[in-house]
Design a protein around this ligand. Structure first.
Ligand code: FES
Ligand SMILES: [Fe+2]
Length: 407
């Protein structure tokens, strides 16, 4: 984010403060059908056509400190994924499914492959770190099958961006950097940061009931009066839509209009660092990751669908190692309090959506990122695969920008 972009963002924030109605021409967004948040068939389409074709965050380079370091990932609603660092230092991903009789190869959650080999816990077929099948006990019983000469664990696309590891189950998806688009450029300052303070919550609500509560700050005065409500001024919120469903939200601090406030110029840092002292900058990495950032770090929120009405919410705090321990602890406690405030509401929302008269959520201008998530899901599913009553009208195309400099 360069100086010019920061200036444009400041003007855009001012314009938001000065607005008394939706921006000229902005569409009146129709209600999102409530059934999309509970219908089993819709959920299966999301899984097959959105999650199975998107780049999904699965860990960081810190999970793989040495050759042979591995991690099993089990949040995708599909067979487990085995990630491992090879001799060439590259991290690769495979289904954790043996090519003999399909057993789970590795049962540990993480560790280091002994001797650079994985041995299936059922009959000890053996794989190297590149997933090649390199050993079959009693091979004489299989020597009539030439296909076993050139096989192994089934590979999955796996790429690293700034130390964050993503996988994609589809061969047709663009590469990770293209997928992330403007986010990759705007958010690259996080390279080298390490997540900690991991927490996992299982919530009885649809994954979008959950994530959509975090991509607007309209609720901060009611849900977070003593926490976030004190730290942000939602009237100045600026949101941008990026290709592939990603989005950015910028929310100024409450002292934005303080006449004594002097915007910190670079102070030896880049303009984006200074700007993150004036406003919260948050991204939705479509489909299921949110990263609200502060000046030196961010919180990492993963929303994993379990079924149509259950979500595994995984959160971490990502900070530089140089943060003093007491500051780190204070931030983690603050974050935990905010999460308790937000999650307290969600299962009740899911339950309430079942009221027969309720057509679905109404989305205002401030909450437009929610509608963009829904549109992006329909684009990936393909509206020809949805009945008319399950679709959302595609209205936000013309607001999508493809650089972080466009505000
Ligand atoms: S299923 Fe893996 S070795 Fe038999
Ligand atoms: Fe909240």
């Amino acid at each position: 984010m360069d100086h010019e972009t920061v200036e444009k963002l400041r003007l855009a924030i001012e314009a938001e403060f000065g607005r008394n109605a939706p921006p000229d021409g902005f569409p009146n967004l129709p209600r999102i059908p409530a059934a999309r948040y509970m219908d089993e068939d819709f959920f299966e389409l999301e899984r097959a056509r959105v999650f199975d074709r998107s780049w999904l965050y699965v860990g960081t380079r810190w999970d793989f400190p040495e050759t042979g370091s591995f991690k099993v990932f089990d949040n995708m609603g599909r067979a487990q994924v085995l990630l491992v660092r090879g001799k060439d230092h590259q991290i690769r991903a495979f289904y954790n499914t043996c090519c003999h009789r399909g057993a789970t190869v590795i049962r540990d959650e993480c560790g280091t492959a002994k001797g650079g080999r994985f041995s299936c816990q059922f009959h000890a077929w053996t794989y190297d770190l590149e997933g090649r099948l390199v050993g079959i006990p009693d091979k004489r019983d299989f020597s009539n099958d030439p296909s076993l000469e050139d096989t192994g664990l089934h590979p999955i696309r796996c790429e690293e961006w700034c130390g964050f590891i993503f996988v994609n189950l589809s061969d047709d998806a663009p590469d990770l950097k293209t997928w992330l688009g403007p986010v990759a450029e705007d958010f690259a300052w996080v390279d080298g940061l390490r997540p900690s303070h991991r927490r996992e919550r299982l919530l009885a609500c649809n994954w979008r009931v959950c994530i959509e509560a975090f991509i607007e700050v309209y609720h901060i005065a009611t849900v977070h009066p003593e926490t976030v409500g004190q730290g942000l001024n939602h009237f100045g919120t600026v949101s941008n839509f990026y290709p592939h469903g990603h989005s950015r939200m910028i929310v100024p601090n409450p002292d934005w209009h303080d006449p004594d406030k002097v915007f910190p110029e670079n102070n030896g840092h880049d303009p984006a660092f200074g700007f993150r002292g004036e406003a919260s900058v948050s991204y939705n990495l479509f489909p299921n990751v949110l990263v609200p950032a502060g000046q030196t770090g961010f919180t990492l929120m993963e929303f994993w669908p379990v079924d149509a009405t259950h979500t595994r919410l995984v959160t971490s705090c990502v900070e530089p190692d140089t943060i003093p321990d007491e500051d780190r602890k204070a931030r983690q406690d603050f974050f935990d309090t905010i999460m308790d405030e937000d999650t307290w509401n969600m299962e009740h929302i899911q339950h309430s959506y079942q009221a027969p008269h309720f057509e679905g959520p109404k989305i205002g201008v401030h909450e437009k990122r929610i509608y963009y998530v829904e549109e992006s899901i329909d684009r990936m599913i393909g509206q020809e695969n949805l009945s008319p009553e399950m679709q959302v009208e595609l209205l936000l195309d013309k607001y999508i920008v493809d650089t972080p400099q466009a505000v």
